[in-house]
Design a protein around this ligand. Structure first.
Ligand code: HEM
Length: 526
């Protein structure tokens, strides 16, 4: 009798399970992919995908289809997210399944750039590289770089002061050199001393080589990865040569500097750096290094992901200061009250200068320099709202739209650090009741930018030092009218303003002498 009841129970459970599963499968089939513009058979929306400023078109589509827009590109499902809420729901709260990357086989697998965590899916390699990056760039570890960042910033400001009229073109070079100096020193202990530094040139050439293969993700090899097993010559001589250069540059960017530091570690001449520390802690008795690929990958990706982004944000800040003199004056008033003209700012002043921190946040918001973030990919089928999202759907977070969302940031085109400041409190403090642009600007979930504290510190000290020493203003034409810079940025994964002119006027001889004294002290100490 007992067993008859057991069999009946099992039978009922099986029927219930069948009905529920069947219902779920049917329900999922009834759910559809998020709405979006109607495409063509096979090509999907490929011809509607905008070549210039796609983030603006994506924001337009939001008005028609909602904040989650579905596209298809040659059969690849793509979802554009236009609102922070949806990005947080999927990329943060469901980060465990929304953290893959689209597999750019051409560049990563065949081009040799798969040492970079940016290309990896979560797994052993990803975890180890992220762990290494976090070891050096988490909130407290990053403090070890504060002196380095501050010293290089002061050198950058000194170089501008020696010939402020030369700003155009020259700033990009100086600024690039400064961020490169920060990163190459942190990553390899290499000190950049002049514009022709071999390491900077080599790394920049490697970064430029990525463009030789055309737009990432569009080559047939990216669509059908097994095509990469065929000889590269079948795609033409230009492609073949480009591919060889890309592979050579990948090695020079990653393995070569690693080998140099490894030799220095063995000979006892290594200057402490991310690479030397990781080599020392993974050295095996036979002289080889455990996790070699993850170590050289972590160091190389810092330059790849950190140099261009920081330069573009500094340029955006300079544009903002030229166009918003009242913001500049207010910031300088706070700086002067704190420093009393006795010293230059340092990173320990951050808590005392919340308005400067608000300027950093507003710079990240006003010109989202990674407008579409880095695409994520969905690891398994999922349901969101009434939509069915199949595995492998590519998710593009439209950071540009989120950071310029008028519901979160009224009059988003205005540069207004006040939106983050509680002016009622004395002294003023950062507001906690408004959306913080940093919740979006650094990306999401497991893939959030691991260099964000380093980047933030670099931006903060650069802005504070520039504002302490200079008045930044618009240049004038021959008739004495302001020359207004073009705010249309040059497209790319990281966008940049076009070269622009700018006036840097030292605020006083005293400010310049402070700079000189600080530099002299540093040179004396070295
Ligand atoms: C203003 C400067 C910067 C901005 C705005 C920025 C922004 C971002 C964004 C939006 C992502 C994509 C995150 C995602 O997929 O959800 C990212 C990824 C990344 N960033 Fe940054 N970043 C900056 C500076 C830096 C710096 C200085 C470093 C290195 C020290 C760095 C290292 C990385 C790395 C390694 C990734 C890839 C992470 C992964 O794929 O798991 N970034 N960053």
């Amino acid at each position: 009798m007992a067993s008859a009841t057991l069999y009946l129970g099992l039978a009922i459970s099986a029927v219930v399970l069948l009905v529920v599963t069947n219902y779920r499968v049917r329900a999922r089939k009834r759910l559809s992919f998020p709405p979006g513009p109607k495409g063509l058979p096979f090509f999907g929306n490929a011809f509607q995908y905008p070549e210039v400023d796609p983030w603006e078109q994506f924001a337009q589509w939001e008005k028609e289809y909602g904040d989650v827009v579905g596209l298809s590109l040659f059969g690849q499902n793509v979802v554009i997210i236009n609102k922070y809420g949806a990005a947080s729901d999927l990329l943060e709260k469901r980060s465990s399944i929304y953290s893959n990357r689209p597999q750019n086989a051409l560049w990563a697998k065949y081009g040799g750039w798969d040492f970079a965590v940016t290309a990896a899916n979560p797994g052993e390699f990803f975890n180890l590289e992220r762990r290494f990056l976090s070891q050096f760039f988490n909130t407290s570890a990053v403090r070890q770089f504060f002196n380095l960042i501050t010293k290089n910033t002061q050198r950058y400001v000194t170089l501008i002061s020696t010939d402020p009229a030369k700003f155009r073109d020259w700033n990009r070079m100086l600024c690039r050199r400064t961020t490169a100096a920060n990163i190459l020193s942190a990553a390899y202990g290499h000190e950049v001393t002049d514009e022709n530094d071999e390491w900077v040139q080599r790394t920049d050439q490697a970064m430029r080589s990525i463009g030789l293969l055309g737009t990432i993700g569009t080559h047939p090899i990216d669509i059908i990865p097994s095509l990469g097993l065929l000889p590269f010559r079948i795609w033409g001589r230009k492609f073949y040569k480009g591919m060889k250069t890309v592979q050579k540059c990948a090695r020079e960017m990653s393995v070569l500097p690693f080998q140099l530091v490894k030799e220095q570690v063995h000979s006892g001449t290594a200057i402490p750096s991310i690479t030397s520390t990781l080599i020392e802690s993974h050295l095996l008795p036979d002289g080889s290094v455990k996790h070699e690929r993850e170590i050289y990958g972590s160091a190389a990706v810092v330059y790849m992901a950190g140099a261009d982004t920081t330069v573009s944000s500094i340029d955006s800040f300079i544009l903002a200061m030229m166009l918003s003199p009242e913001v500049q004056e207010r910031a300088q008033k706070y700086i002067d009250e704190l420093l009393q003209g006795e010293r230059l700012p340092d990173l320990d002043d951050r808590d005392s200068l919340p308005y400067l921190s608000a300027i950093v946040k507003e710079t990240l918001r006003w010109q989202p320099i990674v407008p579409l973030g880095l695409a994520h990919c969905l690891a398994q089928d999922d349901t969101y709202r009434n939509y069915h999202l199949p595995a492998d759907t590519m998710i593009i977070p439209n950071l540009w739209k989120m950071l310029r969302d008028p519901d979160e940031f009224p009059e988003p085109e205005k540069f207004e650090p006040e939106r983050f400041i509680n002016t009622q409190s004395v002294p003023p403090s950062l507001r906690t009741d408004v959306r913080d642009p940093e919740e979006m600007a650094w990306g999401f979930g497991k893939r959030i930018c691991p260099g964000r504290h380093f980047a933030y510190a670099t931006l903060w000290i650069t802005f504070a030092t520039l504002l302490t020493v200079f008045d930044i203003s618009l240049p004038k034409d021959e008739a004495g009218n302001d020359i207004i810079p073009d705010l249309n940025y040059v497209n790319g994964i990281v966008i940049h303003p076009k070269p622009f002119r700018c006036i840097f006027k030292p605020r006083s001889d005293h400010a310049l002498s402070l700079l000189q004294t600080t530099n002299d002290l540093q040179e004396g100490a070295e």
